[in-house]
Write a protein that binds this ligand. Sequence first.
Ligand SMILES: O=P(O)(O)OC[C@H]1O[C@](O)(CO)[C@@H](O)[C@@H]1O
Ligand SMILES: [Fe+2]
Length: 176
Amino acid sequence: MRPFTVSMNLDNINFNGNHIVRRYEDIKSIFKSTDISLEGKNPVIYEVFESPVPEQQGHLIFLVTILYPGKVNEEFFMTKGHYHTVENTAEVYLGIKGKGLILCQTKSGDFEVAEISENRVVYIPPFWAHRAVNIFDEPLIFFGIYPAHAGHDYETIAQSGFVKRVFSKNGRVVIE
Ligand SMILES: O=P(O)(O)OC[C@H]1O[C@](O)(CO)[C@@H](O)[C@@H]1O
Ligand SMILES: [Fe+2]
């Protein structure tokens, strides 16, 4: 592989790698309850633009995630969340726009919330599951980098979920 550059122009982002689009119907099971008002609309909850890099040890995948503003009933839009399949792999996020929370937890029950916003860097150590939550009324946009061989373990989260959820209640952000 040869060195390459890409544009970070957010009006027209495309790194020529995977483009993951997750809509309400794809991920509604992650929310506490279903929301009839979204059933017909099936909005895009988030999309991820990844770099075209082989999923092999030694490489780094970089990405931009756009997590749209919105709620499923009172629960803020969020990503599926995952552990890395190769658990001993970390991830770094750099906030570009918007405001959010990165929920982090370990299999032994440890939990942490990290704030993400423009110019703030979040470090997710090895062994920590991570889920992004948009707590603002604009898209949450962040850049990320992780080892290309890390993989995504969604199954553990599907079975046991995250220990906390983030809601909007009377105009306030509530973590329960
Ligand atoms: O993979 P999920 O949980 O749907 O969420 C996507 C987020 O996690 C990542 O897959 C990185 O591991 C990013 O691409 C993105 O920010
Ligand atoms: Fe990850």
